[in-house]
Design a binder for this molecule. Structure first.
Ligand code: NAD
Length: 354
């Protein structure tokens, strides 16, 4: 079980250190090697995704990433921006499936802007296709055209999906649902977009391969409303790149706790890149106050999806639930009466439960 650890920038090193401590505390043998990605890699080599990192990432079974970026690099030329490193690794590893759980632990129900009874106990998984759709469609551009009797600027992007691209992401969603509550909601816009009529047709075909998982369909505009109105109706939601971009951000905000949300991006063979959903939080970097739980929960996702260690993944998730029940809170999720702790102490609390 080879893991490439990429702490990155800002709070990245602090939070990945805690996830690594958790992994090392398990009765499993990992080979872990660290490398540079993002701004720290630009500083050391001039390249946000240096060759040495590429080699390690390609040879590993899974990548654990902190976060990249920060104001220091904002004025650098585009090819030297930390985000380039992130896009580079995602592309090189062929990560086409993005899994983002939105979980609201009952203890943190007040962090949401929605009423506690609407969101307490929320546990949904958004599966977003990551390498196709209108974001990667051709042709694309802005050019001068004669339209409506006027020579004017004309902007265009093209949405397209092949049935094999749709089939493989649907299979990821159904496989995930099998490990959860066995319900998949496929989100499309088939009333307007032919491309997503194909999406729905293929979803029905794939659904037939999974008789034990219930499949439903929802139009994306309704899905956006239902996520706010009654989010607990969902188990796994699967959708294309653009709808998934928007819905996964909407879903994560239902929880109000960005420091709690993990994510996974998988390739065809369940090799994955695991990272918290938040960024490098430069405002609190180096202070030892960042919440490490999103990164620790990302490590749990790694055990579930890449290493097929469901029981161990659940042990970590159970430990996180327990430390919340015990009242441990980093600043981002603090409420009066709770025990305010820093990054390392939060890691200690999880280790103590494990
Ligand atoms: P951010 O997620 O870094 O921070 C937003 C707010 O949430 C900040 O107030 C921050 O302190 C807080 N926060 C985030 N994670 C936290 C944690 N674990 N514990 C406690 N508080 C936490 O988003 P931003 O400020 O928009 O971006 C900062 C930098 O991160 C930018 O350079 C951006 O490009 C980069 N970024 C990187 C990734 C990534 O590496 N995947 C994702 C998003 C943003």
């Amino acid at each position: 079980m080879k893991i490439c650890v990429l702490p990155g920038d800002g709070i990245g090193p602090e939070i990945t250190a805690e996830a690594v401590r958790v992994l090392n505390a398990l009765d499993l043998k990992f080979e872990m090697e660290e490398a540079l990605l993002g701004g720290c890699a630009v500083d050391a080599t001039g390249n946000p995704y240096p060759e040495a990192t590429q080699k390690l990432a390609q040879a590993a079974d899974a990548v654990l990433l902190g976060a990249v970026g920060g104001p220091k690099w904002d004025s650098y030329p585009r090819e030297q921006r930390p985000e380039r490193g992130l896009l580079g690794i995602r592309k090189q590893l062929g990560l086409f499936a993005n899994l983002r759980p939105a979980i609201l632990y009952p203890e943190l129900a007040n962090a949401s802007t929605l009423k506690p009874e609407v969101v307490a106990g929320l546990d949904i998984l958004i599966v977003r296709e990551l390498t196709g759709d209108i974001y990667f469609g051709q042709p694309r551009g802005i050019e001068m055209r004669d339209v409506d009797g006027k020579h004017q600027r004309f902007g265009f992007n093209t949405m397209h999906y092949t049935e094999s691209e749709i089939r493989r992401i649907l299979r990821v969603a159904f496989d995930a649902a099998k490990k959860r509550n066995k319900r998949v909601c496929s989100v499309d816009k088939m009333n307007v977009l032919e491309c997503t009529q194909l999406w729905r047709d293929v979803a029905i075909e794939v659904g037939a391969e999974y008789p034990d998982v219930e499949l439903s369909h929802m139009l994306v505009d309704n899905a956006a409303m239902q996520l706010v109105k009654n989010p607990k109706q969902f188990d796994v939601m699967v959708t294309g790149n653009m709808f998934g971009d928007i819905l996964s951000d909407e879903a994560s905000m239902l929880t109000g706790s960005i420091g709690m949300l993990p994510s996974a991006s998988l390739d065809e063979n369940n090799k994955g890149l695991y990272e918290p959903s938040h960024g490098s939080a430069p405002d609190i970097a180096g202070k030892g106050v960042a919440n490490p739980l999103a990164t620790i929960l990302s490590a749990a996702m790694m055990l579930r999806y890449t290493f097929n260690q469901e029981a161990v993944a659940q042990r970590i998730e159970g430990a996180v639930k327990k430390v919340l029940a015990q009242g441990f809170r980093t600043g981002d999720i603090y409420e009066s009466g709770m025990k305010r702790v820093g990054t390392r102490e939060m890691g200690d609390a999880v280790l103590a439960v494990l």
